[in-house]
Ligand binder design. Sequence first.
Ligand code: SIN
Length: 558
Amino acid sequence: MSLTLARRLVAPQPGWTTHADVIVVGSGIAGLTAALRLRQRVDRVLLVTKTVLDEGSTRWAQGGIAAALDPADSPAEHLADTLVAGGGVCDVAAVTALVTEGPGRVRELVALGAEFDRTPDGEIALTREGGHHRDRIAHAGGDATGKEITRALIAALDAVRHDPGIEVVEHAMVVDLLQNRVGRVCGVTLHVLGEGQRDGVGAATARAVVLATGGLGQVYSSTTNPSVATGDGVAAALRAGARVRDLEFVQFHPTVLWLGAGSLGQQPLISEAVRGEGAVLVDETGERFMAGVHALADLAPRDVVARAIVERMRAAGTDHVHLDARHLGAQFLEGRFPSIVERCRSLGFDPATELLPVAPAQHYASGGVATDLRGRSSLPGLYACGEVACSGVHGANRLASNSLLEGLVFANRIADDLSARLADGDLATDTPVEPDTRRTLMDPDRRLDVQRSMTAGAGALRSAESLQRTGSELATLASATAEEAAAPAWETTNLHHVGSLLAHVAALREETRGGHLRSDYPERDDTGWRGHLTSWVDGDGLVLTEYAPIQDHQEVSA
Ligand code: SIN
């Protein structure tokens, strides 16, 4: 079935303009890191974020940040674990950059002021999560790692906020990318909820744009992602003609507190680190079921655990399993996981005395805007880092706690590449042209319909039949147009665009690998499918998809 998407969103003509050397979109670990480093090297950086600086996914990261910090550990071992978790389709060069530069970047974060939990002798305390063969997860505030990293980065930003070389605009939603006559990205259109001159839709031009807009979890009915994670960056890049890779690989976190079938939106995550400290999964009869599934048992890679849970729930006809952390005791749990314990108790569950009902829910997009080792996308002038990007680091299934590290490492790589290019006179200031193209806007009241359709047909378990149904439902929903061009309609259209492509490529990949679980093709097929699906839209909005097999001789085992 072919898929056609509009090339732009319906939006008012820009009523104001501004200019910077580089525009960074998004304020999680990737966006803040890129903006802070670029600011030291280029004349003017504009950082825009959809709501407030600390509203993105980074703040919600519980478990931590993975890096070979222990002298007994090594980047080579971190590389090996990442490749295995990634299901044979990671980019080895990208993972090598991640694991070798990672420890130094984490130490820079410490120097910047991020306070990680320490052992009694003052070393950074390290724990273990699924798929890791060593303790290499640094954490902060017990289970509030993302919150502490966000605090430290925003404090660093606050310290330079009055510097004329950097401007921060909150409540600024990017609508679309601006391009010159040959497609080079030279700015964004954005809607600012502001006062005075910068209110409503404007045009911000720049020599380059860095997308760090985070994930797309809201494409599903339930997710661990915050409400801002509506796939805006992937959708805007796609409409502009950028290549998007591996979108079918969606990670479902195995242990999300199950609050009932009708529970919508952001759900409470029970960090994998709880299993790292000894909690175990049991089914409705109280039986531990991971031991027979994988050598790492409850700490198998995330896709393996999520799949085992889905299969166990199907066999038993239930909608959740249980996490047993009771043996860890109230004192340990309250000290090590204060936020999780508090949240569970506020919802009526006590992990110290009761089994926790858990089920997989959407957690992370392993695919996204295709980028190279420097963070460059396929469109000149457009960079991407963090969850919006597909750097090749995660393959089919991101290894636990590699996401914060990826944001950190690749944001630095982008800042280095971009500042060198701008200093060389590359990417000169250019004039955007208005494309003569089809525009669209979906009725925001159909958002739940998009999410329900994606969850039912393109969720944790998919099949040709379910994906076909979702594809048809989404195609029908496209005709429900909005009357008012405003954030709810732009977000809903972004969800629709990203969901449509995701369902489209998930239907093409006829195998099970990583976060892509097909009931009709339950096995991994390295002969036919060890490679990447990459999609882009042509001038008429027709989605084109190309499959490229991987040529290396990576040693991989499930
Ligand atoms: C968790 O704490 O389980 C989530 C960490 C991650 O997604 O890497």
